[in-house]
Write a protein that binds this ligand. Sequence first.
Ligand SMILES: Nc1nc2c(c(=O)[nH]1)N[C@H]1C(S)=C(S)[C@@H](COP(=O)(O)O)O[C@H]1N2
Ligand SMILES: [Mo]
Length: 256
Amino acid sequence: MSAQSGLNRRGFLTRISAAGGALLLGGCDQLSQSPTFRDILGKAEGATQRVQRFVLSHRSMAREFSESELSKHFKANGSINVEDASYQTMVRDGFANWRLKIDGLVERPTSLSLDELRRLPSRTQITRHDCVEGWSAIGKWKGAQLGPLLQSVGLKPNARYLVFHCADMMSPGAPYYESIDLIDAFHPQTILAYDMNEQTLPVPYGAPLRLRVERQLGYKMAKYVMRIEAVASFSAIGGGNGGFWEDRGYEWYAGI
Ligand SMILES: Nc1nc2c(c(=O)[nH]1)N[C@H]1C(S)=C(S)[C@@H](COP(=O)(O)O)O[C@H]1N2
Ligand SMILES: [Mo]
């Protein structure tokens, strides 16, 4: 977390905490009926996150920009290619044989080709990517909205998180992975992006498919996504903290 965003977040949270706390105690009938909301309240995450989640939940959208604000250069960061031979074969074939797996706590485990993903309800958005290292870039993304896709596979009642398994190994035996909760999963700006700046997603940016979860920091935006697994808990995956960088000390909740 950069000092800057940490301070902003803390300042904001201080300002809203009194109101948010009262709202949480007073309860909001409709929200407290919602299974997702009850899960959040039941989780052993910090009160700060619960307040921020409550106040910023559901409808709050990440800022969107105009075409004229697109960054001339968008830094490619972290893995910018995938070494293994099967990925390189898929690159050569234009990912014709690539399929995204969706499994875990879902009613209808499935796999989808890129053509199938492109036929799903999509969203195009121009957003700012903020990396924890302190740089930002504005890009245009098009992809399948995750919410409708999850509705079609059907989440089991005990599903609480989605884990994104990526093709790239950061070090031997440590594949990149990330996880988000169901509020972010069903947020309208959360997409599985296959186009960037009106081109097929290039390899350095996560081809053929990467997550855009616009209210979170860059490291949540898993590139080279191969499989989405719905889970009740991520404690048995990787180092147990919900993501490759989380296992190395980053916060799981990287809201901006
Ligand atoms: N699979 C995978 N996803 C990843 C990473 C990575 O190394 N591997 N790096 C993360 C980080 S720290 C950032 S800032 C963004 C970089 O996305 P970009 O290359 O499109 O800038 O991807 C994120 N997702
Ligand atoms: Mo990052």
